[in-house]
Design a protein around this ligand. Structure first.
Ligand code: ZN
Length: 491
C-alpha cells in the first residue's frame, strides 16, 4: 500500500519508509543533462534508488505528488556568512567599505557566542526553506572557541548539510590557527561526517612576508581545505594568489571567493591547480569586489559554484544567485559588443549552466563530486521539489532550466529532502520551532542595538547619499507644453 500525496502528513516522514516523488519534470543533472517528463524519483534510506517513469516502488513507500512541479538536485551554497543573518537587511545600502568598518573595525566584536548561534540557526533554516541543502558557513566572527562551539551547535540543530569554514576577523590567521584550543575544537567537533564538513577561512593580503603561510601549514596538517576571499577590490589581489602558488598552497579543493578583480595570470594559476571559484554575483554587483567574473571563469574553464555571501545585504536563496549571475554575464557580453559597434545574436551563458553551477559546481568544490549535485541511482538523496499550484508563474512549464532560473522563487519550494530525510513538505518546514528562533534573534538584535547606542545603530543602517549632479538639459518642459498647446489650437 502506498500513502497518496494529499494524505501524507509530516509524521509519516519519521518512519524511515522509502519515498517516491511522482510525475514531475525531473532535472537530473546527469552527464547527459537528461530532463525527464512525468517522471519519478525513488529515495531509499539516504540515497536516490531510481529515477524514471512509472517506477515500481517497495511496499509502504510514501508518495509525494510532483505533478506540475520540477524535481532537481538540492542547491549548494559555497559561501555564506551565516552569523550575520541576525542583522538581516541592515546593510542594504552599504558598500564594501561600510561593511568592513561596521563588522571588522567597529561592531563585529560585540557579537557574543549566543549571537553567532542566533544568526546561524536563522540562516541554516532559511537555506533549507529555499531548497539550499548544503551550505558553507563562512564563519569569520569566531573570536573565541566558545563562539565556534555556538556556531556548530546551531548547524547541528538544523537538518541540513553544512560545512563550517572557521575564521576570525579579529586576529591574524597565523594567530588563531596556532592556538591549541583551536586544534582541540577541530578534533572535538568534526568526525568526517557527510553532514558536517570543515574548512579554514582566511584571506591573503599580499604582504610579501606572507604571514598567512603558518595558517596554510595548519590547514595542511589538519587535512582541511582553505577558502579565501580573493580578487576583492581594495582588499586582496594577484599578489595573494601568486604567494599561494609559489608556496604550493593552491589545491584542487581550494575555494576562491569572488575572484573578481584578478588578471588572466591569476585565473591561469587557479585553473592549472584545479581550484574552484565561489561566485556571489548579487554581492559583487552591489558591494564593489569587482565585476562578477563568470565570463572570465568560463574563458579559463575554472570550476564555478554559486554563493549568497551575506543576508546583511543580499538575498538568501540561490534562485536569486542564478538570476544575478545570468544577468551580469549577459549584461557584460552585450555591453562589450555594443562598445565595439557589434550586436550579440547568441548569448554564451545559458540557464542550464547556471543550474549546473548551483548544483554540480558546488558539489565538486566541496569534495562531493560524484556523490551530490545530480539525481542518479546511488547519489546522496538531497533534492528539491519546486511546485506551487497556487502560483500563476508555475505554468506553463516549457523550459525547465529557464523556469528554475527566471520564473521560480523560494516561495515555490514545496518539498526539500536532505540525506533522504524530508525537512520541508507542502511549503512547511518540518520540526522547526520558528517562534523560538525569532525570540533568539530578537534578543541578539536587542543586545547589538544597545551595545551600539541608538545613534550609531541608525547611522549604520543609513549611509550618506553622495550628492548627485543633475546634468544640464537644453530642452525645457515649458516650451514643449506651450508648443503642444499651440499645435492643438491650430488644428
Ligand atoms: Zn564573503
Amino acid at each position: 500500500m502506498t500513502a497518496q500525496g494529499p494524505s501524507v502528513t509530516s509524521s509519516d516522514f519519521d518512519s524511515g519508509r522509502p519515498l517516491v516523488l511522482r510525475g514531475g519534470t525531473v532535472i537530473t543533472m546527469d552527464a547527459g543533462r537528461t530532463v525527464l517528463h512525468d517522471a519519478d524519483v525513488l529515495v531509499v534510506g539516504t540515497q536516490v534508488e531510481a529515477v524514471g517513469q512509472h517506477l515500481d516502488v517497495p511496499e509502504g513507500t510514501i508518495e509525494i505528488d510532483a505533478r506540475d512541479g520540477i524535481v532537481m538536485p538540492g542547491m549548494i551554497d559555497t559561501h555564506r556568512h551565516m552569523w550575520q543573518t541576525a542583522m538581516r537587511g541592515y546593510g542594504a545600502d552599504w558598500t564594501l567599505t561600510q561593511y568592513f568598518v561596521w563588522y571588522y573595525l567597529q561592531h563585529g566584536k560585540a557579537f557574543r557566542p549566543e549571537d553567532i548561534h542566533a544568526g546561524n540557526v536563522l540562516s541554516a533554516i532559511e537555506a533549507l526553506d529555499a531548497g539550499v541543502t548544503t551550505s558553507v558557513d563562512w564563519s569569520h566572527g569566531l573570536q573565541t572557541v566558545d563562539h565556534a562551539d555556538a556556531a556548530v551547535d546551531a548547524l547541528e540543530s538544523v537538518p541540513g548539510r553544512f560545512v563550517l569554514a572557521y575564521g576570525n576577523i579579529q586576529a591574524g590567521p597565523w594567530e588563531w590557527s596556532a592556538q591549541p584550543e583551536f586544534r582541540d575544537f577541530v578534533s572535538r567537533r568534526f568526525t568526517g561526517s557527510d553532514m558536517l564538513g570543515f574548512q579554514m577561512a582566511f584571506d591573503v593580503t599580499g604582504d610579501p612576508a606572507f604571514p598567512e603561510k603558518a595558517a596554510f601549514e595548519v590547514a595542511r596538517d589538519l587535512d582541511a581545505p582553505v577558502t579565501t576571499h580573493a580578487g576583492v577590490w581594495g582588499a586582496t589581489n594577484d599578489d595573494g594568489i601568486r604567494l599561494m602558488y609559489e608556496n604550493g598552497f593552491m589545491e584542487d579543493r581550494t575555494i576562491y571567493v569572488h575572484a573578481a578583480t584578478l588578471t588572466a595570470d591569476s585565473y591561469n594559476r587557479i585553473a592549472a591547480t584545479g581550484g574552484n571559484v565561489s561566485l556571489a554575483s548579487e554581492s559583487e554587483e552591489t558591494c564593489g569586489q569587482g565585476y562578477p567574473p563568470s565570463w572570465a571563469l568560463r574563458a579559463h574553464e575554472i570550476n564555478t559554484s554559486l554563493s549568497i555571501d551575506t543576508s546583511v545585504w543580499m538575498s538568501g536563496d540561490l534562485f536569486t544567485a542564478m538570476r544575478a549571475t545570468v544577468g551580469s554575464d549577459r549584461a557584460r557580453e552585450h555591453l562589450e559588443a555594443h562598445a565595439k559597434g557589434e550586436t550579440v545574436t547568441h548569448v554564451h551563458l545559458h540557464a542550464e549552466q547556471a543550474v549546473e553551477w548551483a548544483t554540480l559546481g558546488g558539489a565538486h568544490a566541496l569534495g562531493f563530486g560524484g556523490r551530490l549535485g545530480s539525481l542518479e541511482p546511488g547519489k546522496l538523496a538531497d533534492l528539491v521539489l519546486i511546485k506551487n499550484d497556487a502560483s500563476p508563474a508555475m505554468f506553463p512549464l516549457l523550459n525547465p532550466y529557464g523556469h528554475v532560473v527566471y520564473q521560480a522563487q523560494r516561495g515555490d519550494v514545496h518539498t526539500v529532502i536532505v540525506n533522504g530525510r524530508v525537512v520541508k513538505h507542502d511549503h512547511a518546514l518540518i520540526g522547526i520551532d520558528l517562534p523560538a528562533v525569532r525570540r533568539e534573534v530578537e534578543s541578539t538584535v536587542e543586545h547589538l542595538r544597545s551595545e551600539l547606542g541608538e545613534e550609531a545603530w541608525i547611522a549604520g543602517m543609513n549611509p550618506e547619499v553622495p550628492e548627485t549632479k543633475v546634468l544640464d538639459n537644453p530642452y525645457q518642459y515649458t516650451d514643449y507644453a506651450s508648443s503642444a498647446t499651440h499645435a492643438t489650437r491650430n488644428e
